[in-house]
Ligand binder design. Structure first.
Ligand code: EPU
Length: 427
């Protein structure tokens, strides 16, 4: 199994290219199921989850062809052709490994009036039920049947009616699923308290490029007028704001300066404000955002919230950064109930963190020391990488497959800006 080995203490400096967004890619790929014409996605990140999603689409009968950008370039172009679907089922074996697989539910009902998807079960960061996906789909006309760990959803007469649904809690995935189901409904739909994440905006824009009629894009009330059929399109995946935020924390924790290229500062408001408040200099550039840290980091009080609030996907990385701040920070995780798995690992590196319920108090320490640590989920893994970059001595992060799900060629990107980092294979 691979590990990432870091010899900490190097100041990072230079330009670091940001890849296409994982969480946008994982909702744009299933959107291809909505049409029998090709959907070409540009700037698709090279990630294990993207490959995994490609395999799921293949199992449903869609073909995926990848045009190589050169191996030394980031991203790639994938054309998905869902001319004729041969299956409408997302099996347990795939869904349990990749929760985002449930995002085929909406487009499959939208396309053919039928889908059978395994219930995903638990996850390292929380319970993560899919009840809201199902309630929203029911509200726009789907009939649901649960059996043997699967949900079967059908549209009476082969096509959903459309309808109105107000989410009691903001859900990114459920908003995406119901949107993709509603675009080909017979009538109109209105989704209230919809998620407003930039990845939802990206999905809406792609659906519009495919012929969908959507109003209120980027707001919490999305109105959709169903259309008979969608057509193919070519669409470029938005840059990954979470990857960019993670590398911004890398600059901050190493007292370095990075220009994150290809990213849009507009999508990163809460992250960039928090960095500024921590004493990090942030400035938009022609190509992206420059982040520079030269003084001590100031402590922060942060609470995660749906967009435009501070992203739960940035909590672990900020926590790593704040372990070295000049004072005590208070972080509250409001989205997932078990998203502090990185805390005991950071503690093994010398961090002083106390968790009580959903709140973590992070008391800044003078320095971290390298240690063998274990990754538990994607963002937790990144927090360990960040701590390793700043720690004295050697840090070895195991269970690297978590990182490979969401960070394209992490060690290459970081070593190009001065980190002493390598991937080692223990056979
Ligand atoms: N929730 C329910 N019922 C549902 C759906 C969600 O109770 O039917 C709850 C969840 O348990 C959670 C909250 O609602 O407490 C928000 O969950 P949401 O549905 O918004 O999350 P998601 O769609 O499952 C996506 C990202 C996550 C990211 C969250 C929140 C993808 C593939 N995943 O998950 O990304 O943390 O939104 O922003 O887009 C990551 O990239 O590391 C990651 C976990």
């Amino acid at each position: 199994m691979d590990r990432i080995l870091i010899r900490g203490g190097q100041r990072l400096a230079g330009r670091l290219p940001i890849s296409g967004a994982k969480n946008a890619a994982l909702t744009l790929m299933p959107a291809a199921l909505l049409t029998d014409e090709p959907l070409t996605l540009r700037n698709l990140p090279r990630l294990a989850d993207v490959d995994g999603f490609g395999h799921l689409l293949n199992q449903l009968g869609a073909s995926t062809s990848v045009e190589g950008t050169r191996p030394d370039e980031f991203g790639r172009v994938m054309t998905i052709r869902a001319g004729r679907l041969t299956s409408t089922e997302a099996p347990y074996d795939i869904v349990r490994k990749m929760r985002a697989s449930i995002l085929v539910l909406g487009p499959l009902i939208g396309r053919g009036g039928e889908a059978r998807v395994s219930l995903p079960g638990g996850c390292a960061i929380g319970n993560r039920p899919i009840d809201l996906h199902l309630k929203a789909l029911e509200a726009i006309g789907a009939e649901l049947e649960m059996a043997a760990g699967y949900v079967r959803a059908t549209a009476p007469g082969g096509r959903l009616s459309g309808g109105r649904y107000r989410f009691p809690v903001v859900s990114v995935g459920a908003t995406e699923n119901v949107l993709m189901a509603a675009v080909t409904a017979r009538g109109g739909s209105c989704i209230e308290n919809a998620a407003r994440e930039p990845e939802i905006v990206d999905l809406c824009r792609c659906l519009v490029a495919m012929g969908a009629k959507i109003d209120g894009i980027g707001t919490d009330m999305i109105e959709i007028e169903g259309t008979d059929r969608l057509h193919g399109a070519t669409y470029s995946v938005m840059p990954d704001r979470i990857e960019a935020g993670s590398y911004a924390c890398a600059a901050a924790i190493t007292g370095g300066e990075l220009e994150l290229t290809g990213v849009s500062a507009d999508d990163m408001g809460a992250t960039l404000s928090a960095l500024t408040e921590a004493g990090v200099r942030v400035e938009p550039t022609r190509d992206g955002v420059r982040v520079a840290a030269d003084g001590p980091l100031r402590p922060l009080t942060l609470s995660t919230a749906p967009y435009p609030g501070f992203a739960t996907d940035m909590q672990a990385q900020f926590m790593a950064m704040l372990t070295l701040a000049d004072g005590a920070s208070v972080l509250t995780e409001t989205i997932f109930e078990n998203r502090y798995m990185h805390v005991p690992e950071l503690a093994r590196m010398g961090a002083d963190i106390t968790v009580s319920g959903r709140t973590a108090v992070v008391r800044g320490v003078a320095g971290l020391t390298g240690a063998p640590v274990m990754a538990t989920d994607l963002r937790a893994s990144m927090s360990l990488i960040l701590a390793g970059l700043a720690a004295q001595g050697e840090t070895s992060v195991t269970r690297v497959y978590h990182l490979d799900r969401g960070y394209e060629r992490l060690e290459e990107k970081l070593s190009a800006v001065g980190a002493d980092i390598e991937r080692v294979s223990d056979g």
